[in-house]
Design a protein around this ligand. Structure first.
Ligand SMILES: [Zn+2]
Ligand SMILES: [Zn+2]
Ligand SMILES: [Zn+2]
Length: 366
């Protein structure tokens, strides 16, 4: 296994950011009542939450696949993210620039958010018979990198570190908001991933509940710790490094590997070697190492499977004021190599078409 690229690690994270502190005046500019966009409905049986869009006036025809319009085939001149100002996106909340004052990355509120911005940090709850729901309030932002054609696997690793720095900066800003309990940071790439705009972009949604997947992982990590007095993720990292057959990339601080129980063919996990539950506490050195590992993972994936669609997301401890010492944050990369059919939907068990060890061998060589 190749050892860390020390030169890269020593490079200083040269990031120029300009946090636009116009939020208060912005709120004054937009005093209109916050309209409901979605509801969070609670599943009485499974204790899970679902998000239901409201007031969109959709009709059955709107769900027909023939009506699916994806910007992927659109001309680059029509791209909404190449020049976000010109295309009428909302004002940036964060922007990174080069020395020549040219932007490299910008973050702005999503024009079509899944959640409405909360009013005075309050979330209203409602009951209906035995059921329970709450207003879908939160923050929904888009993180756009400059080059239309350079996805994360093609970018300079240092630019991926800048992207991670942007995730962290926005996370730190939103995590202490009253209504926020969890911040989902994710990236869709390719039509099959659900990306509606081809231009590379990530999204951040700060929500008032902890998602079912996170609850499951937190419980799993805690149960493992109670039984074994060790972090389950640290245990896996140690084993994967010794076993070596599923590791696809490693530097001083991070590893990327195909999980033993991968749900998807060519699934990859990028994880810090240091035990740490909280993504937002990353140092500059860690951001550089994480940027390199994420870049390598996606470069390898897109090299091995040309044109593959994928999603990745950050799994981290919730920001709900509680401590999660047994959790260990990581990034999950899920290539959209299969469609969930009846068996998968009924059982929750994915049938993976390749052994993770074989997938890792291809990825390691790429
Ligand atoms: Zn573009
Ligand atoms: Zn750990
Ligand atoms: Zn996870």
């Amino acid at each position: 296994m190749s050892v860390a690229n020390k030169k890269t690690n020593k490079k200083k994270l040269v990031i120029k950011k300009e946090v636009i502190k116009a939020k208060k005046s912005k709120l004054k500019v937009r005093p209109k009542a916050i309209k409901q966009i979605s509801q969070l409905r609670h599943n009485l049986v499974t204790d899970e939450w679902v998000v239901v869009a409201v007031g969109r006036g959709k009709r059955p025809d709107d769900f027909s696949l023939e009506n699916e319009s994806v910007q992927e085939d659109a001309d680059i001149e029509d791209c909404l993210f190449c020049d976000p100002i010109a295309s009428g996106q909302e004002k940036d909340v964060l922007i990174y620039k080069t020395d020549d004052d040219d932007w490299t990355l910008r973050v702005f509120p999503n024009k079509f958010p899944a959640f409405a911005r909360p009013k005075a940090g309050r979330v209203s709850h409602q009951e209906e018979g035995p059921y329970f729901m709450m207003d879908g309030v939160g923050y929904h932002e888009v993180i756009v990198t400059r080059d239309h054609y350079k996805h994360i696997g093609k970018m300079e690793p240092i630019m991926v570190a800048e992207l991670i720095d942007a995730y962290q900066t926005r996370y730190l800003d939103l995590m202490n908001k009253k209504s926020v309990r969890y911040i989902e940071i994710f990236h869709n790439h390719g039509k099959k991933s659900g990306a509606s705009i081809e231009h590379p972009h990530s999204q951040l949604i700060a929500v008032p509940v902890v998602s079912p997947f996170t609850v499951q992982e937190l419980a799993g990590a805690e149960n493992y710790y109670r039984a074994n007095k060790r972090c389950v993720f640290c245990t896996m990292i140690k084993w994967e490094l010794d076993y070596a057959k599923r590791v696809i990339f490693e530097n001083d601080l991070f590893i990327a590997y195909c999980p033993f129980a991968s749900k998807m063919a060519f699934e990859i996990r990028v994880i810090p070697k240091r035990h740490t539950p909280y993504f937002e506490r990353m140092s500059d050195e860690e951001k550089i190492a994480a940027g390199e590992a994420l870049h390598q993972a996606i470069r390898k994936l897109t090299t091995v499977i040309e044109g593959v669609a994928f999603n990745f997301f950050i799994d981290t401890a919730p920001c709900d004021g509680k401590d999660y010492p047994h959790y260990h944050w990581h990034i999950e990369i899920l290539p959209r190599t299969a469609t969930w059919a009846g068996f998968e939907l009924s059982s929750g068990m994915e049938i993976t078409a390749i052994e993770p060890e074989v997938a890792a061998e291809y990825l390691r060589k790429a």
